[in-house]
Design a protein around this ligand. Structure first.
Ligand code: GUN
Length: 296
């Protein structure tokens, strides 16, 4: 029997409806509007498309949503000044600097400049550290989306063997950290594979839950998956365009093979992507409440 599809797009819609009610309540009861700025430096087409989607969702939820496009040749010091401006802006509660940044800009220095209270990506070392000790203020968006999807789909995470393929700061490392925590929706035994792992298949094929964020199109084949496993495909790889110019996307998992082996699997598109954006919105609502000292 083919795997159950974990349709992130549907779960994301449900959560966004809940968030919309919360935004309306904040407006009507407290007179505050969550504010989000997305800063994009340069014209990377994939980044442009991600940022557009984030802005669109922010607008739909009734946020004060600002898109700040900057040229490729923006200097690091200028970018730091912009961040400082948004750190001080009372209408802005969340600051997102879209990654990757152009060559020549020190990404860590930029992330360090964002006020941790406005760091809705949870990339600032303070937020990374808080996550590590199990006391996060904000969860990083893609890992939070994955965890939410796993929990809502009824996957047994406690005690599960989880294998994560990929060790990025955005997905691999934080999802491993989150799923190994002594916490609800976690308590898994986590293995992380990366480019120097000797035998990736050895680890993927014993995983009850397999999270793939390798950045390589269809890297995980059907024969690398344990029958019945839950497979989370984080990859978004453009492999061409349709006749009318739409992007054709494939994940990091060979879907046609995997769907015959796995118990459940996220599609690409419509799986993890919409969950990531929704978690960003959730973090921004939280940042707005913290800024305005409004209790949950
Ligand atoms: N680039 C790819 N994913 C992300 C993300 O979640 N946040 C930011 N800021 N940049 C990204």
């Amino acid at each position: 029997m083919p795997a159950k599809l974990l349709k992130g797009a549907e779960v994301a819609k449900e959560i966004r409806e809940e968030l919309k009610c919360e935004v309306d309540f904040l407006k009507n009861k407290h007179g505050v509007v969550p504010g989000l700025v997305t800063l994009l430096v340069g014209q990377n087409p994939a980044s442009q498309s991600y940022v557009r989607a984030k802005q669109k969702t922010g607008h739909e939820l009734g946020f004060f949503s600002v898109q700040d496009d900057q040229p490729e040749n923006l200097g690091e010091e200028e970018l730091l000044k912009l961040i400082d401006k948004y750190n001080k802006d009372p209408k802005i509660h969340g600051i997102l600097v879209q990654l990757p940044l152009p060559k020549g800009i020190n990404e860590n220095r930029v992330l360090l400049a964002i006020d941790p209270a406005k760091d809705v990506d949870a990339f600032h070392p303070v937020n990374v550290g808080k996550l590590m000790i199990g006391e996060p203020d904000y969860l990083p968006c893609t890992p939070a989306g994955i965890q939410e999807l796993l929990v809502r789909s009824g996957a047994e995470i406690c005690g599960a063997e989880v294998t994560v393929v990929g060790r990025s700061n955005i997905v691999g490392k934080p999802i491993a950290m989150m799923l190994m925590q002594k916490a609800k929706g976690a308590n898994a035994t986590v293995t992380v594979c990366h480019t120097r792992t000797r035998d990736v298949k050895l680890h993927t094929s014993r995983a009850d839950i397999l999270v793939v964020a390798a950045g390589v199109t269809e890297y995980v084949k059907g024969d690398m998956i344990k029958p019945g496993a839950v497979v989370i495909d984080v990859g978004v790889n453009e492999v061409g365009k349709t006749a009318d110019g739409k992007r054709i996307l494939k994940g990091d998992v060979a879907f046609e093979e995997a769907v015959e082996v796995a118990g459940a699997i996220t599609p690409v598109p419509g799986g993890v992507g919409p969950m990531t954006i929704t978690m960003l919105m959730k973090n921004t609502v939280r940042a707005c409440k913290v800024w305005n000292r409004i209790k949950d």
